[in-house]
Design a protein around this ligand. Structure first.
Ligand code: ATP
Ligand code: TZP
Ligand code: MG
Ligand code: MG
Length: 269
């Protein structure tokens, strides 16, 4: 894939303004909603077990994010996923912190066994733990393991029959057969909580407006990395801290131009 497809798929999102139903964590809720709006999609956060089935079936994609799940929100996730599946609404899972507790691991495994996800995005440790390859993780941040990332992503995609994104300094996207590696991004992304979660929602917006999930996911990850680079460059030298970066990233999801996409896009297949 090249930059032209990234430009086109970003335009699709803006034109179609897809509705993205989130059952996400309390840390990133506001940041994610603003990021999704800035991209040109429409976020809705809805958790009540009384309404999630209705909201999910009317949405263009469903994001399940395990960041601060509770037994109630897990129930809501299952109801929403079942309703989305019946309505043909794509499901994207962010298995935040899977491996950090046995509860998280069992909930993550249950979701991928019971439901047909279109994409699962996580860091190396989350994806490894999700497929039963227990790897060290403490809390929700994990060390990058560049060496094993690609093989892990392929194993996970085959085992779970879904598109897998393993993020870090380099991002790997695969359906188990085709593999893309993306070098776009900025180290400041690791200094702001919720940047992985927001990427998961950006992926949901892209896949909801394009029939090929692997292609749409690759475009989403590249676009996000490019916006992250533009964000870093947009901040004045004496203001380059995580606080300003968080705001700059939201702005860049709105302001990044097609010319910047064409100039910066770094997808290797
Ligand atoms: P973690 O909590 O372990 O940081 P995460 O869920 O926040 O994981 P990341 O792996 O940090 O997700 O990925 C979020 C975004 O940050 C992705 O776009 C990824 O490419 C980017 N990213 C992560 N680390 C780097 C880095 N060192 N340099 C450039 N971009 C990075
Ligand atoms: N704790 C529970 S969820 C969460 C934290 C800090 C946010 C994680 O966000 P991300 O995108 O994985 O950095
Ligand atoms: Mg992070
Ligand atoms: Mg995360």
């Amino acid at each position: 894939m090249d930059s032209t497809t990234v430009v086109q798929l970003r335009e699709h999102v803006r034109k179609k303004r897809p509705l993205i139903h989130h059952i996400t964590n309390i840390v990133v809720s506001n940041f994610t909603a603003n990021g999704v709006l800035s991209l040109g999609a429409s976020p809705v956060m809805a958790y009540a077990i009384e309404e999630v089935e209705e909201i999910a079936q009317a949405a263009d994609a469903l994001v399940l994010n395990m960041g601060t799940m509770t037994s109630q929100s897990v129930e809501a996730m299952k109801l929403a996923a079942s309703s989305a599946e019946k309505a043909g609404v794509p499901i994207v899972l962010d298995p935040v912190g899977v491996g950090a507790s046995s509860y998280r691991t069992s909930v993550g495994k249950r979701i991928v066994e019971d439901f047909d996800t279109s994409v699962v995005r996580g860091n190396v440790a989350e994806i490894a733990n999700l497929i039963g390859e227990s790897t060290f993780i403490r809390g929700v941040d994990a060390p990058d393991d560049a060496k094993n990332k690609e093989n892990l992503a392929i194993r996970a995609a085959k085992k779970l029959n879904t598109v897998i994104v393993v993020t870090g300094e380099e991002d790997i996207i695969t359906d188990g057969e085709k593999v893309s590696r993306i070098e776009n991004g900025d180290p400041m992304l690791t200094q702001v909580t919720g940047t992985g979660c927001l990427l998961t929602s950006v992926i949901a917006a892209f896949i909801s407006t394009h029939p090929n999930s692997l292609e749409a996911t690759t475009a989403a990850v590249a676009f996000y990395g490019i916006a992250a680079e533009c964000a870093a460059e947009s901040i004045k030298e004496d203001l380059k801290g995580p606080g300003h970066y968080q705001i700059a990233l939201i702005d860049a999801l709105h302001m990044t131009t097609n010319e910047e996409i064409e100039k910066r896009c770094s997808i290797n297949t």
